[in-house]
Design a protein around this ligand. Structure first.
Ligand code: NAP
Length: 330
């Protein structure tokens, strides 16, 4: 077992209440989408998880299909719990999701009750856990009645296999409908997990206001645009970067001259604030109080250190915000 840093909870401001709930989440959460699969170094994954916990990161985000191969990130987390962190299970928020393709046949993806509840059982088995803290519907299903998908989340909570229900990638109107169904069932929606960064602002026109009105917190994923909102690609594509290792979601063509020109200007502004670009990008999503947590990924322990350092300066002057808008608009 790992001996955790005794000072990991010394900063109460590092935790923000999640919507209208009893739960506070760390401003920075750790996602296990990349770098925790069976193809990755276990010792590196383990070191990242331990450092995160030592820095006060209590929330580890998973999904059934994280790997590769699918499911292996949950197995890695199970091993980390057995080797290092299991003794502190009550200090951890462990999440999982179901929605994307997991197994062949008609019951292996989307939003049926059949798929969601079978998938949750499989996830618990892979992690060696009796329950997760948050079980998410990973994406809306256009062909399954929302009542059925939300009913499955409610059942997961009532069965004790999940403590809270969450939505991910739901647009505003469906979020409001889902929230009402869950409320009527007696299992309020705790949290929504949408993508949000300086380079992808789809949540701003409506979703954030919907979440605020519904009393739902937000944990925003890919706040660093998968690495583009860092200095990672300023000098080409490093051999240890996500693009070099796994081109399923981030590819060389995403590193355009336009993106690099913008991010270099943002980098200058970040330095004038005494921050790295990654830190400023995280502070920027956290400027909305409805954003409970910025959900990062990391391939190295030092990246976790750097990201957590973002919370030292979460304030932006009106001039800085205006300059960011100007840079992003170009
Ligand atoms: N609900 C959903 O549909 C959904 C979808 C996607 C993700 N997620 C969740 O969100 C989590 C985060 O997603 P993400 O990994 O795309 O997030 P991200 O934080 O935008 O990108 C993480 C990548 O940025 C780079 N990085 C991180 N910190 C850095 C730093 N301080 N300096 C320089 N580079 C840094 C690393 O790239 P290198 O690997 O190149 O070093 C790292 O792998 C996932 O693990 C998952 O839990 C959810």
């Amino acid at each position: 077992m790992h001996t955790p840093n005794p000072n990991r909870y010394d900063s109460p401001a590092f935790y923000r209440r999640c919507g209208r709930s009893g739960v506070r989440l760390p401003l920075i959460s750790l996602g296990l989408w990349h770098n925790f699969g069976a193809v990755d170094s276990y010792e590196n994954a383990r070191a990242i998880a331990r450092r995160a916990f030592d820095l006060g990161i209590t929330c580890f985000d998973l999904a059934n299909n994280y790997g590769p191969p699918d499911g292996s990130a949950e197995e890695t987390l199970g091993k980390i719990l057995r080797d290092d962190l299991g003794q502190w299970r009550d200090e951890l928020i462990i999440t999982t999701k179901a929605g994307y393709y997991m197994w062949p046949g008609p019951y292996g993806e989307w939003g049926s009750r059949k798929y969601l509840l079978s998938s949750l059982d499989q996830s618990l088995k892979r992690m060696g856990l009796p329950y997760v803290d948050i079980f998410y519907s990973h994406r809306p299903d256009p062909d399954t009645p929302l009542e059925e998908t939300m009913g499955a989340l409610d059942s997961a909570v009532r069965s004790g296999k999940a403590l809270y229900a969450g939505l991910s990638n739901y647009p505003p109107a469906e979020t409001a409908r889902a929230a009402k169904i869950l409320r009527d069932l007696g299992t309020p929606c705790l949290i929504h997990q949408p993508r949000y960064s300086m380079l992808d602002r789809w949540v701003e026109p409506q979703l954030l206001a919907t979440l605020e009105a519904e009393g739902i917190g937000a944990t925003v994923f890919s706040p660093l645009a998968k690495g583009l909102l860092t200095d990672r690609y300023f000098k080409g594509i490093p051999s240890d970067s996500r693009i070099a290792k796994d081109q399923r979601f981030l590819r060389p063509e995403h590193v355009t001259d336009e993106v690099i020109a913008k991010t270099k200007k943002l980098n200058d502004l970040a330095h004038s604030r005494g921050q790295t670009l990654a830190q400023m990008a995280l502070a920027w999503v956290l400027r909305h109080k409805v954003v409970t947590s910025a959900l990062i990924g990391a391939s190295k322990v030092q990246q976790v250190d750097d990201c957590v350092g973002a919370v030292k300066n979460l304030n932006f002057s009106a001039e800085e915000l205006a300059l960011i808008e100007t840079i992003l608009a170009k």
